[in-house]
Design a protein around this ligand. Sequence first.
Ligand code: B12
Length: 317
Amino acid sequence: MVTRSPKGLVTLYEAAERLGVHYMTVYRYVRTGRLPGRKVGVEWRVDPADLDAFAGRAAAAGLQPTHRTEPPGTDRPSAGPDGNDDLARPRSRRRVDHARRLVDRLVAGDEQGSWDIVQNAMASGIDATDVYLEVVTPALATIGDEWSDGTISVGQEHQASVVVHRLIGRLGPQFARRGRKRGTIVLGAPAGDNHALPSALFADLLRGEGFTVIDLGSDTPPASFVDAALGAERLVAVGITATALDNEVAIAEAITALRGATDTTIVVGGGAAAEPDAERLGADCWGGSGRDALALFGRLADDASRSRRQQSRREVR
Ligand code: B12
């Protein structure tokens, strides 16, 4: 059954079906910008015209993918239009679909099996950041889709979430950086949002970029955002992680409380928010997710340290 949004956009599942590649391959095309995608809520959708253009480029490059016949989960290689993807590689160099394998182990609640997949991915040269962004995040997106279409149960989704928390616990030390920190980021999900994994994972990515992170986790009361911001050393920004839909009132309340007590920069990000939402709710900006969000916090830290330097020069004069 193909799920269409009102504008005729198609899901990543249908895009994968049409291209004859694995779901995870299409997800990667979209996340890396090779295939234009739009977020509807927290799910990606693709315009069929973009899909046709993409398939045309693949055909022109002599890499027209064949139709998929294997069930999901097999390690079928995939093709891309840039001549630099899996079908173009010799068999020995084909990339194992770590994300799909991880889905299977997570849904089974198998921590050791999940950890083995993470370790295999790292042994094959994927660093901890890419394990989060290219393996764990797409695996969770698949689990969300499978929960949504009834393929897996709520219990399996919960079990998978618990295992991911434990994977994050094990991977966390990989993101420790020595030396002077770039400043502090306060992160948390707004009140009523029970998703703790997005900020936990993003906190590690920020730590890997040299930040101190105070992660308040899920369901954070506005006053706790304020307390954390006021107590933070060299605060760069407060990031509000929005994953649950229809939770705008809580996001706005957190922003209002922060505005009343601090002059910090407030960034909204995560799967349930989009740029116009963030601005409408009173945030300074929308941060997106993944590498774009990391780059944004990097720019904010650079701006903050520039203005601190200017301030101290003014004080000297
Ligand atoms: C795990 C999970 C849960 C777990 C959460 C467990 C936990 N401890 O976190 C539980 C089971 C509790 C849960 C509950 C619900 N969930 Co849920 N959940 C998920 C799932 C599978 C994974 C979420 C996740 O961790 N993703 C991994 C993170 C790393 O991915 P990400 O969000 O893209 O992460 C990036 C950004 O968040 C960014 N980032 C993080 N913080 C910040 C901060 C700033 C400022 C910036 C700039 C960026 C940034 O960095 C990350 C890395 O790039 C998603 C599926 C999905 N597509 O994500 C559904 C999903 C989010 N849930 C969904 C739903 C519907 C629910 C429930 C309403 C279900 C229900 N009926 O009870 C409840 C909501 C409860 C509530 N009030 O919050 C829907 C959301 C609605 C939609 N269709 O858009 C999804 C998309 C599933 C689906 N496909 O339908 N869920």
